[in-house]
Design a protein around this ligand. Structure first.
Ligand SMILES: Cc1cc2nc3c(=O)[nH]c(=O)nc-3n(C[C@H](O)[C@H](O)[C@H](O)COP(=O)(O)O)c2cc1C
Ligand SMILES: O=C(O)C(=O)c1ccccc1
Length: 362
């Protein structure tokens, strides 16, 4: 069993440099790559003692799905960049570990193959393409394959400028494709040019940057699946989301890959939880690397967290086995934090379990 850090080092060594840069990189000055981590580190836990922690139970429920711990895998494009089995291996691992798996619309394996390998809950992430017929097709296929929710990413009307990808002229290699979306619509993702990311160019061509809150009604008419918005960072937008009938929010700054100099997701969490007031599920992603990070998110009112890059590190290291190990490491650490915090159930984590930065009692 390796530590998460060791999986990161192993992935960096194995992967071609442009792929590593695509996974690890951020937007603009890359200021947000460290911001989320620093925000989590500033939050400190307030343990209670002499609580019966002889049995700690990390299990929970999220939008009706049973999870072994409040943990999932965030949507990430093209898992085959990390391992030939791609999302099929990730799905198998998530199932084994009892974690949620959110599949990117730009997955490199078919929704049907992923669903066949999964034994746990799947959500499907969507970017709003100009070609709405392709969205409808994906949504119907996901529903038929047993996916349980749709996650609309709302922090990326376009893929932001990412200096590493631009410098590498990064393009998706020819053997790997977003197989769930029509060929012609994905073509730009494969044509690299010096000094420009093909993914960023593709997004400017194909994403509909004109959508507004009003368009959510269309999505909710197309499907009866619950809709989750990913990338919400303010109480105002959380309130609007609830008013527009969403079932969940992912509080996220996209792993530092979208708006540079932005507030970090952990810093926004309490404001959003307060605005939502129990009316929809709240998930946190970005920089989750320790069991204690899960505990901090729960104390601030999140229902669960998702990890992004660590899943790709595990996948690059040893396929499904590596991903399952990454998820087990985090779950094991979280179970120990439960014992040491005096919080033997997920419901036992409360706001009083953390000290926030700037607080006089820190
Ligand atoms: C390589 C990579 C690809 C990603 N692709 C997507 C995507 O297709 N859709 C999406 O909503 N977010 C995408 N994200 C963002 C993740 O869902 C998530 O917000 C972020 O990675 C979480 O931070 P972490 O990697 O620090 O755990 C991607 C992130 C990475 C690193
Ligand atoms: O969302 C992302 O961060 C991302 O990297 C991506 C990858 C492929 C297509 C669109 C976005």
């Amino acid at each position: 069993m390796l530590a998460l850090r060791a999986y990161e080092a192993a992935a960096k060594e194995r992967l071609p440099r442009p792929v590593w840069d695509f996974f690890a990189g951020g937007s603009g000055t890359e200021s947000m790559l460290t911001a989320g981590r620093e925000a989590l580190d500033r939050i400190r836990l307030r343990p209670r003692c002499l609580v019966d922690v002889s049995h700690c139970d990390p299990r929970t429920e999220l939008l009706g799905a049973d999870l072994a711990a409040p943990l999932g895998i965030a949507p990430m494009a093209y898992h085959q960049l990390a391992h030939p089995e791609g999302e099929v291996a990730t799905a198998r691992a998530a199932g084994e570990a009892g974690a949620l798996f959110t599949v990117s619309m730009f997955a490199s394996r078919t929704l049907e193959d992923i669903a066949a390998a999964a034994t746990g809950p799947l959500w499907l992430q969507l970017y709003w393409l100009k070609r709405r017929d392709l969205l409808v097709d994906l949504i119907h296929r996901a529903d038929a394959a047993g996916f349980r929710a749709l996650v609309l990413t709302v922090d990326a009307p376009r893929v932001a400028f990412r200096p590493r990808d631009a410098a590498n002229g990064f393009a998706v290699p020819p053997g790997i494709r977003a197989v769930n979306v029509a060929h012609d619509v994905m073509a730009a993702s494969h044509s690299g040019r010096d000094g420009e990311s093909a993914i960023a160019r593709h997004s400017k061509e194909q994403f509909d940057a004109s959508i507004t809150w009003e368009d959510l009604a269309w999505l909710r008419e197309v499907t009866s699946l619950p809709v989750v918005l990913k990338g919400v960072l303010t109480g105002e937008d959380a309130e609007l989301a609830v008013k527009h009938g969403v079932s969940g929010l992912v509080v996220s700054n996209h792993g530092g890959r979208q708006l540079d100099f932005c507030r970090s997701a952990p810093d926004a969490l309490a404001e959003i939880v307060d605005a939502v007031a129990g009316r929809c599920a709240v998930v946190l992603d970005g920089g989750i690397r320790h069991g204690a990070d899960i505990a901090k998110a729960l104390c601030l009112g999140a229902d669960a967290v998702m990890v992004g890059r660590p899943a790709l590190w595990g996948l690059a290291h040893s396929g499904a086995e590596g991903v399952a190990d990454v998820l087990r490491l985090l779950t094991g650490e979280f179970e120990e934090v439960m014992a040491l915090m005096g919080a033997p159930t997920v419901a036992g984590f409360e706001r009083s379990g953390v000290v926030l930065p700037g607080c006089a009692h820190a």
